[in-house]
Design a protein around this ligand. Structure first.
Ligand code: 6PG
Length: 248
């Protein structure tokens, strides 16, 4: 399956390119299967993309009422907290498009971490698809931290391997963000049809170069754990983040 890196001159170009690709995938998925599953990410990078997707053109083009929204991770805060990934998506995307309320499946950051994990496992199980006891995402939108984390899969953490776990809680400090978090595991992301990474800024350049190199270190560079078994991985990066990438 495709593993592509698109380097964009500006963040605006990156958002436009990613929005066009996502619109195409979601529209085709709805035509084919009647509905589509989209996993959203947190962090500051997707905000511009969310805004692009909520503009008139995409508001009309994408069959939003047929899309189920999930989250790759959430911080353990209430849904109206400024650090809530759900709130960010609501403010910049969901509040501006004709999404159906029942199709918005957020991680309940206001519950205790144990309860939030069991609640989301139950939510995901309701969308079991084929051999997977969870939804297959048509698009899983993901970011990457300066330390190589993605969703809330942080360096040095090891996911349980003996059983397939869908959702886990973590407690890891990164910048000044809430450290208690709930995250889907790599197994869930890796059944996606398309994983889309958005990575911008010079501060991520070195890590991006390592992440995309042949050096495998998935424990310390968690973003390397994301390798969809049958899906595409598309990286949208800006020229600053791409500065150490060699011509491919
Ligand atoms: C979160 C995330 C996380 C994020 C990266 C990048 O909840 O914080 O989902 O994995 O994508 O930390 O964040 P920035 O886009 O802000 O650099």
């Amino acid at each position: 399956m495709a593993n592509k890196v698109w380097i964009n001159n500006s963040i605006e170009d990156l958002n436009k390119a990613a929005a066009a690709y996502i619109a195409d995938i979601l529209s085709k998925a709805v035509r084919l299967r009647g509905a589509a599953n989209l996993a959203l990410s947190g962090g500051s990078t997707p905000m511009g993309l969310y805004q692009t997707l909520s503009q008139d053109y995409y508001r009309e083009l994408i069959p939003w009422n047929k899309i189920h929204f999930f989250w790759g991770d959430e911080r353990c805060v209430p849904p109206d907290h400024p650090e809530s990934n759900y709130k960010q998506a609501l403010d910049h995307l969901l509040g501006h498009i004709p999404a159906i309320l029942e199709n918005i499946h957020r991680i309940k950051g206001e519950l205790s971490p144990d309860e939030a994990v069991s609640d989301y496992i139950q939510v995901l199980s309701g969308f079991a698809q084929g051999k997977y006891p969870w939804p297959v995402f048509d698009v899983a939108l993901m970011g990457m931290g300066e330390d190589g984390h993605t969703a809330s899969l942080f360096p040095g953490t090891v996911e349980p391997l003996e059983t397939v776990t869908l959702v886990i809680q973590v407690n890891t400090a990164y910048q000044d963000r809430p450290s208690r978090r709930i995250t889907l595991t790599a197994a869930v992301f890796n059944s996606s049809r398309n994983v889309i990474f958005l990575v911008t800024g010079e501060k991520k350049a070195k890590t991006l170069e390592i992440a995309l190199s042949d050096r495998r270190d998935p424990v310390n560079i968690p973003v390397q754990r994301i390798k969809p078994t049958h899906g595409n991985t598309i990286w949208y990066v800006d020229s600053e983040a791409a500065k150490f990438l060699k011509e491919r």
